[in-house]
Design a protein around this ligand. Structure first.
Ligand SMILES: Nc1ncnc2c1ncn2[C@@H]1O[C@H](COP(=O)(O)OP(=O)(O)OP(=O)(O)O)[C@@H](O)[C@H]1O
Ligand SMILES: [Mg+2]
Length: 362
């Protein structure tokens, strides 16, 4: 009796020790606007979210090159901050190197464990060179000593919308990823990506450009804003439920300042965005899906369509998209989104990493 008790204590002790030896499952999304990392902590998840940008400067005393990243770099060095994934992927070796420097700085500053199994949420873009540059950043980083895997960003992002675990992986559904540089639509059948569709014409960046143009029009040419400011207006004020006109102040080059109010520029731009996104999904992506996989098309449209990506954060956009897509298709479709679309790709990737660790897939 006492022997067997001792035995089970030992087993338990061993189980705990093994658990301690297991790599930490981590999810990463390296995005053109923001990078997000999800790390388990205290029974929950710690998420790190930062702008994907960096600026270097010389230490005033030692002359050493120092790296600043994220919001701090954007705020303090607007003159030379670099967005290393501006077009979604590192275009060339220089961009890959800068991205690696950026990523390593984020890893160090946030104590991301190197003894880890890391799943990366990767954009669906047909750009071999860019993808292989991104891979070199991922492979060269200090995290993921035990395991490195990649899954499509749109799949990872949909995971938190479809259940508390990995229900999405056993499901059939359509998802639309609304990012900075791309609009992507795909169907997933038990984790298999079908008919991925992407367009660079309907994007968060394009919305920012339009907002900048519309602001100039709305203020009769008195106000010129850059696209970073336009993005900030969009992220702070775009709202399909209760948008409120807002005021801002610019400093005049000759001194003094000018206060102005924005009533239409932001909502006009996001309104057009939703129309164009619906148009692409209804008239370009879905017909292709129906053509090649009519059963999957039927099954998927009977279930919720999942919106993911940063543009999904705009309040009320899910309902707008649902209404306009239903009109366009002349049938009712249901549209859902994860609770926090700006984190969901990293959170979904983290759940996949945890499953891989549980399955001892390393
Ligand atoms: N709270 C918010 N409100 C409105 N827009 C937002 C919000 N948060 C992020 N966005 C917008 O979402 C876009 C970024 O989305 P996401 O992070 O999914 O893109 P990405 O993965 O970096 O880009 P891509 O995959 O297209 O290269 C940007 O246009 C950003 O301004
Ligand atoms: Mg993306």
């Amino acid at each position: 009796m006492s022997d067997s008790d001792a035995g089970s204590d030992e087993d338990e002790a061993e189980a705990v020790a093994n658990e301690g030896d297991e790599p930490t499952p981590i999810g990463v999304k390296l995005g053109s606007t923001r990078t997000v990392i999800a790390i388990p902590e205290d029974g929950g998840l710690r998420t790190v979210k930062t702008l994907t940008c960096l600026a270097t400067y010389e230490d005033a005393i030692t002359g050493e090159e120092k790296v600043l990243y994220g919001e701090e770099a954007a705020r303090e060095y607007p003159d030379r901050v670099q967005y290393t994934l501006r077009s979604g992927l590192p275009e060339d070796e220089d961009a890959a190197e800068l991205t690696a420097t950026f990523f390593e700085s984020v890893i160090e500053a946030n104590d991301v464990p190197t003894d880890s199994a890391v799943v990366y949420a990767i954009p669906t873009i047909d750009n071999e060179r860019g993808l292989s540059n991104l891979e070199s950043v991922i492979e060269g980083s200090s995290i993921g000593e035990t395991l490195i895997r990649s899954y499509p960003e749109s799949l990872c992002g949909a995971v938190p919308a479809l259940g508390a675990d990995l229900e999405a992986i056993d499901d059939i559904f359509v998802t639309v990823n609304m990012g900075s540089t791309n609009l992507e639509a795909s169907a997933y059948r038990r984790g298999e990506q079908l008919i991925p569709f992407t367009t660079g014409a309907v994007t968060g960046n394009e919305v920012d450009r339009r907002i900048a143009n519309y602001v100039e029009e709305e203020t009769q040419g008195r106000v010129n804003i850059d696209t970073t400011t336009a993005r900030e207006y969009k992220e702070e004020h775009a709202d399909f439920v209760d948008f409120e006109p807002f005021t801002d102040i610019i400093q005049q080059p000759g001194g003094g300042s000018h206060e102005f109010t924005i009533e239409r520029s932001v909502m006009d731009a996001v309104d057009e965005y939703v129309d164009e996104a619906v148009e692409e999904v209804a008239n370009a992506f879905l017909p292709d899906l129906a053509n090649d996989y009519i059963k999957v098309y039927q099954l998927a449209l009977d279930r919720p369509i999942v919106l993911t990506g940063g543009m999904t954060c705009i309040p009320g956009i899910v309902e707008e998209f649902e209404e306009r897509l239903s009109d366009e298709l002349e049938r009712d479709v249901d549209v859902v989104a994860p609770d926090d679309p700006s984190l969901s790709a990293a959170v979904g990737a983290q759940r996949i990493a945890a499953r891989l660790v549980d399955a001892d897939a390393y």
